[in-house]
Design a protein around this ligand. Structure first.
Ligand code: TXA
Ligand code: MG
Length: 335
C-alpha cells in the first residue's frame, strides 16, 4: 500500500478513536493537513501544533485543542521569503534584511496581512506574524503544501512548551491525530518576535535570537517585554509547570521559608551547597547560555513530573540570551 493510501485509510480511524500516532512521514502529515486537521510538527525552537493558516475550520481546531484564548494570534510558517508575499501585503526593507540574515531560523516578523489569512489566525489583527523555521522536516513538509501553516507551541495553553515528541504527548495525547517526529528541538526556546509599528523596529517577544544579534543587523531596536504584555496574546503567566515555581535572587531565605518542602533547584555553572546535588539541575555550565536555552523546558518538564513540592530557580544574569530565559522564568513563576 502506498503511504498516501495508508494515510487516507487510517485517518478516519484516528479521528474516531483519537489515537495519537507518531512517525516521520511528511506524506501522512500533508494528507491530514489537507483534510482540515492538525499535526504536531518539529521546528528548531519548540514543537508546533500546525494547521492550514488559510482555513478557518482547521485553525479553529488549534484553539479548541490547546484551550487557547481566541485573542491570541498565531504565527504563520512558510518555507521561503518569496512565499511570504502570498499572504503578506509588503515586507519593510529591515524585515527583509532580518529574514535574509536569520531565516530559516528563529525570527518571527509582524507584517501587514493579505485578505487570504482569516481573522481567526491573527485574532482580528490586520497584521500577520511570519516565520521560516529551520528544521529539515518542517521545511520539507512546508514545501510540499500549497498553503502556509499556522502553528503555536504544541501544548495545552499556559503549560511548558514542548521540545520533544514526549513533551507533546504529555498534554496532547489522544487530542491530535499525528505527531511528525523530528528529534529534540536544538534551540529549545521560542523565536524572537520583531515588529515595525510606526516604522520603529521593536522586539515583542524575547527569544532565541538576542537583541544584540538583531541590532548588529539593522541598528537600534526598542525592547519592552520583560514582565509586560506588549503583543496581543503575551500573557504574564505562561510556560508554567504545575508544581509551584519560585524564581529568585535570594536562594538562602527562599530555602529558609520552605524547609518542610521537597525542593528542586534550577541553577547554573555550579551546584549550590544548601541542598543535595541530586535535587539540582544545572541549566548550563561555563556561561554557555545557548545550552541554557536548549535545557530550560526539558528541565522544567522533568522536574514537574518528579515528586517535588516546589521548584526554585536561581535568578539568571540579565544579559544576552539569558534575558530571554529570564523572561520565560518570570512568566513560568507568575501565580
Ligand atoms: O518558536 C516559535 O515561534 C514557535 C514555533 C512553533 O514556531 N511558535 C510560537 O507560537 O511560539 P506561540 O503561539 O506560542 O506565540 C505566538 C505569539 C503570540 O502570543 C503573540 O504574542 C505573537 O506571537 N503574535 C502572533 N501574531 C501576532 C500579530 N499579528 N501581532 C502581534 N503579535 C503577534
Ligand atoms: Mg506558546
Amino acid at each position: 500500500m502506498k503511504i498516501q493510501d495508508f494515510a487516507i485509510s487510517v485517518i478516519p480511524k484516528i479521528l474516531k478513536n483519537m489515537v495519537t500516532k507518531t512517525g516521520s512521514s511528511c506524506k501522512i502529515a500533508k494528507t491530514i493537513l489537507e483534510n482540515e486537521d492538525v499535526v504536531a510538527i518539529p521546528t528548531e525552537t519548540v514543537y508546533g501544533l500546525a494547521a492550514n493558516a488559510y482555513n478557518e475550520i482547521a485553525v479553529n481546531k488549534i484553539f479548541e485543542i490547546k484551550n487557547r484564548p481566541k485573542n491570541n494570534p498565531l504565527i504563520v510558517h512558510t518555507n521561503s521569503i518569496e512565499r511570504i508575499y502570498d499572504f503578506a501585503k509588503s515586507i519593510p526593507e529591515d524585515a527583509i534584511t532580518l529574514f535574509k540574515k536569520f531565516s530559516p531560523g528563529p525570527i518571527t516578523i509582524i507584517l501587514p496581512k493579505k485578505i487570504n489569512i482569516p481573522n481567526i489566525t491573527t485574532a482580528n489583527n490586520n497584521t500577520v506574524a511570519v516565520r521560516i523555521p529551520n528544521h529539515p522536516i518542517a521545511l520539507k513538509l512546508l514545501a510540499s503544501l500549497n498553503f502556509p501553516l499556522a502553528a503555536p507551541s504544541a501544548n495545552i495553553f499556559g503549560y511548558i512548551s514542548p521540545t520533544s515528541t514526549k513533551h507533546v504527548l504529555k498534554t496532547l495525547n489522544g487530542k491530535i491525530p499525528y505527531i511528525l517526529e523530528g528529534g529534540i528541538c536544538n534551540k529549545g526556546i521560542e523565536s524572537t518576535i520583531v515588529g515595525f509599528k510606526e516604522n520603529k523596529p521593536t522586539i515583542y517577544r524575547q527569544g532565541s535570537i538576542t537583541r544584540e544579534e538583531i541590532e548588529a543587523t539593522i541598528g537600534s531596536v526598542r525592547i519592552n517585554c520583560i514582565n509586560t504584555i506588549v503583543a496581543p496574546g503575551m500573557y504574564k503567566k505562561h510556560y508554567s509547570p504545575t508544581t509551584p515555581l519560585i524564581y529568585t535572587n535570594d536562594l538562602k531565605s527562599t530555602f529558609h521559608f520552605n524547609t518542610n518542602k521537597r525542593i528542586a533547584l534550577i541553577t547554573y555553572n555550579q551546584f549550590d551547597n544548601e541542598i543535595p546535588i541530586h535535587d539540582q539541575r544545572l541549566l548550563y555550565t561555563n556561561n554557555n547560555y545557548k545550552q541554557g536555552a536548549f535545557n530550560l523546558y526539558a528541565i522544567l518538564h522533568e522536574l514537574d513530573e518528579a515528586d517535588y513540592d516546589l521548584i526554585i530557580a536561581k535568578q539568571l544574569p540579565l544579559t544576552d540570551l539569558c534575558l530571554s530565559l529570564h523572561d520565560k522564568l518570570i512568566r513560568a513563576s507568575t501565580q
